[in-house]
Design a protein around this ligand. Structure first.
Ligand SMILES: C[S@@+](CC[C@H](N)C(=O)[O-])C[C@H]1O[C@@H](n2cnc3c(N)ncnc32)[C@H](O)[C@@H]1O
Length: 249
């Protein structure tokens, strides 16, 4: 199976867990277009996975180059293959967002930074540190967009139930329409040459990282302000799925 086939299946699988995922991407791309304008610009994709969002941005904004960062050797290999047709408009970086990624990226002045369905893997203290680092690598006026589930907590029990019910229905419909589950998708990578070694390396890298507590959107917004962003808010929401934006002053 080609990288493009695998990423198409990844997108279907992810859309089972993230309702209206393409809308989320479209909003992020639209905001980036405002910020970037007509000049050449570089955008960071933090925890890029196989490159779904990077590809959307590269297709939508021809004057953008992407620096795509991830720490999973399996997904980095797939992203490298999938994004190869974009040539030097893409640079893929193997780095851990909890430690030392700025040194590995070794670039600054980004017009934007984006992330989707990823930063909930980080502990709140690591998130606050990451947000501070992102302010420092953005150019003035640069925007950081983060699309993810920010789960409702005990303060909002009704909407938490409605959101969970919506998630359940989204998954049922997607799987009935043929989407793979998370586990099945990962199984379909096993025939890629060198896969076992990359899985072993991933297990070594992520060993001992405990599941993180979910955080509500108000924590995210407060953390972004605390990190020094000048303007902070949400540009999109569907139940507990949001896109936050934060502009460097
Ligand atoms: C569910 S995937 C989302 C991938 C992609 N952004 C998308 O929306 O299709 C979560 C990603 O976060 C990455 N990730 C988790 N912890 C990370 C860390 N500490 N540093 C870099 N990437 C990390 C994983 O490797 C994975 O690619």
């Amino acid at each position: 199976m080609t990288a493009a086939d695998l990423v198409r299946r990844w997108d279907d699988q992810q859309a089972a867990y993230i309702a209206e995922r393409e809308q989320r991407f479209a909003v992020m791309t639209d905001v980036l277009r405002h910020v970037v304008g007509d000049e050449s610009a570089t955008v960071l994709d933090l925890a890029c996975g196989p490159g779904s969002l990077a590809a959307r941005v590269l297709d939508a904004i021809p004057n953008v180059r992407i620096v795509a960062v991830d720490y999973d050797p399996v997904l980095l290999e797939l992203a490298t293959d999938y994004l190869a047709p974009y040539g030097d408009r893409v640079r893929i970086v193997d780095a851990d967002l909890t430690s030392g990624w700025r040194e590995v990226v070794a670039e600054e002045g980004f017009a934007g930074a984006v992330s989707t369905t990823a930063l909930h893997w980080l502990w709140p203290a690591d998130l606050v540190r990451l947000f501070g680092e992102v302010t420092e690598v953005l150019r003035p006026g640069g925007v950081f967009l983060d699309g993810d589930h920010f789960r409702f907590d005990g303060r909002a029990p009704r909407i938490a139930r409605w959101a969970a019910d919506h998630d359940r229905r989204t998954q049922e419909e997607a799987f009935a329409a043929g989407a793979q589950t998370w586990d099945r998708w990962w199984g379909s990578l096993s025939e890629r040459p060198g896969h076992a070694a990359r899985v072993a390396e991933r297990e070594r890298r992520f060993a001992g990282r405990d599941a993180t507590p979910s955080t509500a959107v108000d924590f995210r917004l407060a953390a972004l302000s605390q990190a020094g962003f000048a303007e902070v808010g949400t540009v999109w929401q569907l139940y507990d799925d949001y896109v936050t934006y934060a502009v460097r002053g």
